[in-house]
Design a protein around this ligand. Sequence first.
Ligand code: SF4
Length: 314
Amino acid sequence: MVKPKILILLASPRGFCAGVDRAIQIVERALEKYGAPVYVRHEIVHNRTVVQDLESKGGIFVDDLDQVPQDAPVVFSAHGVAKSVPAEATRRGLIQVDATCPLVTKVHREADQHHKAGRPVVLIGHSGHPEVEGTLGQLPAGAMHLVETPADAADLDLPADAEVAFVTQTTLAVDDTAEIVAALGRRLPSLVAPRKEDICYATTNRQNAVKAIAERCDAMIVIGAPNSSNSVRLTEVARQSGCAKAILVQGPEDMDWEMIQGATTVGITAGASAPEKLVDQILDALRERFEVTVEEVAVTSEDVRFKLPTTLDA
Ligand code: SF4
């Protein structure tokens, strides 16, 4: 049977960022240094392939510290944790290894500095996301105001003449966040912005790469987990940028083949926590059904690397 032809546009950059790469290496190094099992509080990054791989090496993923036995090593995930978590780990005598992405730590420091300077702090982010829980937990309960939409910004219970600072989740949609910041600025004219953007380089680059190909695509396949903020944002950005059919899949088993029926050009990208082997698996599944031509479209290159904690040195 003659297979239909399809052009695949591979967005670049895509997939693993420096923070995810570092977090995975931290768990692997902790396993080497302390031996299995090593406990990991929360999914180290939001990807089941990564989690299953680390489980096979001796990682045990838990939701709460009280699931970690006394004196055991515990790794905190790339999303960061509230200050109460390391405090509790110290009280329990656990060996702590922090895999918080340095770009999340930067946001934590900003919030802390503004609070110490007496400024109320607004956090733009998605309620319930672990990064947001961790950032909110940098300040005493109730000290940070969570804003999710422009309407929330307009409704803030703060005096209009207050000097208020804002920080953001690192994985938000760049354009949606600009709208929320504009609404905040109208509500609070003395608003203090971060010195350097809180939305991280990896989030921004992956969204720009999707924008660059969206109009050419009949459909867009975004590889990532449903609880991965930056992956979900990539599907939204694809739709907003001219590709109405955008789906989020964790792997070939999730593919909606009906959706790309009749498509001649399909885009592929992957969230910051999705390994490249999943891109290869999707391409293999496409090749079984189509005569595939691949064109990689790069908007920039990345060379960011983060150092590992020295506590993991042998
Ligand atoms: S998406 Fe950005 S903030 Fe999150 S781990 Fe990756 S580099 Fe760090």
